[in-house]
Write a new protein. Structure first.
Lengths: 234, 387
């Protein structure tokens, strides 16, 4: 198991945001977390990447307990995240944003940079533009590309489709698939359950800080309960 | 509202803005020798600045060289120091005067009580300021935005009040007969004449600027920029955000301590009220007014903030119009000018391009106020349709 979360509890002040979530991500998989607002999806990702401290439970990555490891060291261990709301550095150019992703690396970057530009030709066209002046979709590309520059073993994506036009959403999901095909494990948080489930090997459904269901992605697509709650179907 | 007023409409300072942009473009493409020529020009300008011919316009009422030392030179030194914290790392520090005080008191106390060499007391003051910066930062830098501002504000007051209530360092009466800087035989003597102090503070400013520019261009500077623009994202890039914030605090504090040491050596007398909260606020105003993060802007801002109130003492036509001493109205005038400048150039007099992009995005340093509010999944959705 590449990433294992065992019965984690996370609090914001006194409020419990996560009340015992356990999940697993195996090497090479795309796993998604779906659920409504406030279900704890983003908090789960932040806990994995070390932005939120655990109250109890364990995060195990690559066989090592990283529960107490600070966030910036988890990056070096191989956890890359594209944060919620994209978190692009607005005053840095596209290229500088991508190079920030390689901040901790000392090896050659050219090949990886070229790969990101190949995945996102749009970014190659706009290398020298400030991140803050890019459109929402382009910023999402920067955020994903920047996370790839950390050379992650597992890529955590927080709502990559948020605020994007349908055309762009389809494009972003295509790219996520491609990234996975090239060997990066993906843990995806999405409200856009339909798209996410189609893409995923497995998925977990979160509700108010708990896992209520887990199954292979396509199976959840046909699950009547999930359809009713998240897919707007019958 | 940040930055909105800048893009559009006919603004009397727009032409100035275009001029600044032009200069910046030239600078970006300038060759090394051209840049060094500009540096050289700036230094020569600073060297001849105390000339009486300039002083007769800049400061008709008071000794120009003394005005150049305090407030102008001291403010510039402090502003460059605070710029490391506020402009580069994006941490809102409202208690910066504390480090100025610590530097000043080190020189005064160890000089008068133990007879240490002046330069040793300055060095010790810088170390002490850095240590106190770390002591202040270690527990508080986990806070963000407004919370950090409040704690630093408290720290500034704690230092002042502690000085006020500690008899060992003179209490409310302060310390008198602070020794002047030790003479350097054959080169310079520090006595009552202001000129040597001016050149001392000029050297300090130049060194601090070089230090600050080197930092900005280093890995440290990149880390600070990332923290300023998005702290969580910086952590996700592998930047040890806490350590770098602490470093920014310590370096800013060192520069503040240096300014305090030089000030005390010139002023001969310091007391707790030499270091009021308003000085922190004034230096912060200088940084913001000039264009936080951009050194030429910060220096210009500090100059304007320091010089204007002094100059307004001597606005003679006002004396004729109002039939009153303009000195009484100088702070009012000063306030008016500040409001006007911030209305016309809300990003600062000389903002960097990068800073401008940050402000338009609504993040970056003091704009972030990124306090985490309790609540499951604080979804600050910055949803925007893609085009």
């Amino acid at each position: 198991m590449l990433l294992e979360i065992k019965d984690i509890h996370v609090h914001y002040g006194k409020i419990a945001a996560i009340k015992g979530i356990s999940l697993e991500v195996d090497e090479g998989e795309i796993v998604s977390l779906i659920g409504a607002n406030g279900a704890g999806k983003t908090t789960t990702l932040k806990t994995i990447s070390g932005l939120r401290p655990l109250t109890s439970g364990k995060v195990v990555f690559n066989g090592e307990d990283i529960s107490k490891m600070p966030g910036h060291k988890r990056v070096m261990a191989g956890i890359g995240q594209s944060p919620e709301g994209r978190g692009v550095f607005p005053g840095m150019t596209v290229q500088e944003n991508l190079l920030m992703g390689a901040y901790t690396r000392k090896d050659a970057l050219d090949a990886d940079l070229a790969e990101v530009y190949e995945l996102f030709p749009r970014l190659a066209e706009r290398k020298n533009q400030f991140g803050g002046t890019m459109s929402g979709g382009e910023q999402q590309m920067i955020a994903i590309g920047r996370a790839l520059m950390t050379k992650p073993k597992v890529l955590l994506l927080d709502e990559p489709s948020m605020g994007l036009a349908p055309m762009l959403i389809a494009q972003i999901f295509e790219i996520i698939k491609e990234i996975n095909k090239r060997g990066t494990t993906v843990l995806l948080v999405e409200q856009n359950a339909q798209q996410a489930l189609k893409l995923s090997d497995r998925a977990y459904v979160l509700e108010t800080g708990r896992v209520v269901k887990s199954a292979p992605g396509p199976a959840l697509l046909d699950d009547p309960q999930v359809r009713a709650a998240y897919l707007g179907g019958h | 509202m940040k930055g909105n007023g800048v893009t559009g409409n006919a603004n009397p300072l727009r032409r100035v803005g275009a001029l600044v942009d032009g200069a910046r473009d030239w600078w970006e493409h300038a060759k090394a020798w051209q840049r060094y020529l500009v540096y050289l020009g700036a230094v020569v300008f600073a060297l001849i600045l105390p000339a009486p011919a300039i002083g007769s316009f800049m400061s008709p009422g008071a000794d120009w060289t003394s005005v150049l030392i305090y407030p102008i030179g001291t403010y510039i030194l402090l502003a460059v120091g605070l710029n490391v914290v506020v402009g580069q790392a994006g941490l809102l520090d409202l208690g910066f005067v504390a480090f100025f005080a610590i530097g000043g008191y080190s020189v005064a106390y160890f000089g008068t009580q133990y007879g240490w060499n002046y330069w040793a007391t300055v060095a010790f003051g810088i170390i002490l300021a850095a240590v106190s910066g770390v002591i202040l930062g270690a527990p508080t830098l986990r806070l963000r935005g407004d919370y950090l501002a409040i704690v630093t504000l408290g720290f500034g007051e704690i230092v002042r009040i502690t000085a006020n209530n500690t008899d060992e360092i003179g209490g409310a009466r302060g310390i008198t007969n602070v020794p002047h800087p030790t003479d350097i035989p054959g080169v310079v003597e520090f006595g009552l004449l202001p000129a040597p102090y001016y050149y001392l503070i000029l050297i300090a400013i130049v060194l601090v600027i070089i230090f600050s520019v080197r930092l900005q261009k280093s890995r440290v500077g990149r880390a600070w920029a990332a923290i300023r623009e998005d702290e969580d994202a910086a952590e996700l890039m592998g930047v040890p955000t806490f350590k770098f914030k602490l470093l920014a605090f310590a370096i800013g504090a060192m520069i503040g301590g240096l300014a305090g040491g030089i000030y005390a050596g010139k002023a001969v007398f310091i007391e707790p009220n030499t270091f009021p909260f308003i000085l922190s606020a004034t230096i912060l105003a200088a940084v913001v007014l000039g264009g936080a993060g951009n050194l030429p802007g910060v220096i210009l801002g500090a100059f304007v903030i320091a010089w204007l109130p002094e100059r307004f003492r001597e606005v003679n036509w006002l004396k004729d119009v109002l039939d009153r001493d303009p000195a009484e109205y100088r702070i009012l005038l000063f306030g008016g000018v500040l409001v006007l400048m911030m209305a016309l150039r809300p990003e600062g007099l000389l903002p960097s391009r990068r800073r401008r992009a940050e402000l338009h995005e609504g993040t970056g340093g003091m704009g972030t106020m990124g306090a985490e509010v309790a609540g499951p999944d604080t979804d600050v959705t910055t949803t925007e349709a893609a085009k």
